[in-house]
Design a binder for this molecule. Structure first.
Ligand code: PLP
Length: 417
């Protein structure tokens, strides 16, 4: 008898996995001792002093919760806190007057932030979607989309999205890929502030996308992680989802409250299913909700309370809601002003190339067009950290470092000439 192996999980069975690139970047940044180092990798808001910002309205909501003598820590229902999920639905679907809400054609279930919502949606479709079980992701997309869908066994394909030439939308490429995809494919769409490019279709382009999706009977899977954070206006940032709902699409939405409430680690999110108008729509949505509850129970049993309680407190109080909108304008306004500052510094320096894309793009990220070699060089020379694809987080810029960053970009671009 051969000696027992010390482990069942030998290297050939469990090979070493690579570190998550974004978390690896954060680790390298933290270890860097240079006093001028700049973190442009981070997907979280920073104030003008490069510090995390707890929204003043979140502090107020926290006070409200803490001073509630009835507060306890019992389990939430499987589908989460109803006062949170109902307002979350109104927020993304276009208010209490949304036809999907009025006609009881929508169901919402609280999730572990946006990631959990994308996962639950992917899992639900992997079990129950009878159309083409293939999801089309934008090229590029938030890297986690690939693993989330792969993990539930839904094959992935890509549609062109970003034009390297214009640093804007490759709209023709996108449309022809959607037309070429098998009927009833699942199409993942970023509702606003596309990550990582910062490039969004215009409303007119969304209308064309919707027309193709209708023609091909594709299934829209919206991912919304930046509502209100992008333009500063909650109803501007949900325009695409609202349009699809108005058009009567059956669709799903994965919604994160990480960025727009600054509740990153609290994991507040929601997953919504909207079914098309039909005499039995209410019955359809009840059946779907029952299956989502089963999936949720086996995965997390019930969702975490704190972040959802904060968001619910704000969204259910008119004056706190107005203050939240003001906080959103503070965050989006600072980011927009950093876009303007970076562009104008690069133009002042006469940095080769065009830089209008910095202000044309929207949301937390900008796809600079820097190559991987330039990204590595700027990290080595100037201690500026960004992802290898040249994406920078605008939130990492501030009035103290924007000059330094512009000069460093100028230098690597010239060196590559
Ligand atoms: C496009 C997109 N979807 C979903 C998420 C989910 O984030 P979270 O799980 O932190 O809510 C993010 C966060 O970066 C994102 O950019």
């Amino acid at each position: 008898m051969s000696p027992p192996s010390a482990t069942s999980f030998t290297t050939d069975v469990v090979p070493q996995a690579p570190e998550d690139p974004l978390f690896g970047l954060m680790r390298a940044y933290r270890a860097d001792q240079d006093p001028n180092k700049v973190d442009l990798g981070i997907g979280a808001y920073r104030d003008d002093n490069a510090k995390p910002w707890v929204l003043p309205v979140v502090k107020k909501a926290d006070e409200v919760l803490r001073s509630d003598p009835d507060l306890n820590h019992e389990y939430a229902p499987i589908a989460g806190i109803p006062s949170f999920t109902s307002k979350a639905a109104e927020l993304i679907l276009g208010g209490a007057d949304s036809p999907a809400i009025k006609e009881k054609r929508a169901t919402s279930i609280q999730t572990i932030s946006g990631t959990g919502a994308v996962h639950l949606g992917a899992l639900f479709l992997s079990r129950f979607y009878p159309g083409t079980k293939k999801v089309y992701l934008s090229n590029p997309t938030w890297a986690n989309h690939n693993q989330i869908f792969t993990n539930v066994g839904i094959p992935i394909a890509q549609y062109p999205y970003f034009s390297k030439e214009t640093k804007g939308l490759d709209f023709e490429g996108m449309k022809s890929a959607l037309l070429g995809a098998p009927d009833r494919s699942i199409i993942l769409l970023h509702a606003c502030a596309h990550n990582p490019t910062g490039v969004d279709p215009s409303l007119a382009q969304w209308k064309e996308i919707a027309a193709i999706m209708r023609q091909k009977s594709h299934f829209p899977f919206f991912d919304t992680a930046y509502q209100g954070f992008a333009s500063g206006d909650l109803s501007k940032d949900n325009a695409a989802v609202r349009y699809f709902v108005e058009q009567g699409f059956e669709l799903v939405v994965a919604q994160s409250f990480a960025k727009n409430f600054g509740l990153y680690g609290e994991r507040a999110g929601c997953f919504h299913v909207v079914t098309s108008p039909a005499p039995d729509a209410e019955n359809t949505i009840t059946r779907i909700a029952s299956q989502l509850a089963i999936l949720q129970r086996s995965e997390i049993s019930n969702p975490p309370l704190y972040g959802a309680r904060i968001a619910s407190t704000v969204m259910n109080d008119a004056s706190l809601f107005a203050e939240w909108e003001d906080n959103l304008r503070t965050m989006s306004g600072r980011i927009i002003s950093m876009r303007k500052a970076l562009r104008s510094k690069l133009e002042e320096l006469g940095t080769p190339g065009t830089w209008n894309h910095i202000t044309d793009q929207i949301g937390m990220f900008s796809f600079t067009g820097l190559t991987e070699a330039q990204v590595l060089k700027i990290r080595e020379d100037a201690h500026i950290y960004m992802t290898k694809n040249g994406r920078i987080s605008m939130a990492g810029l501030n009035t103290k470092n924007v000059d330094y960053v512009a000069k460093a970009i100028d230098k690597v671009v010239r060196e590559a000439q």
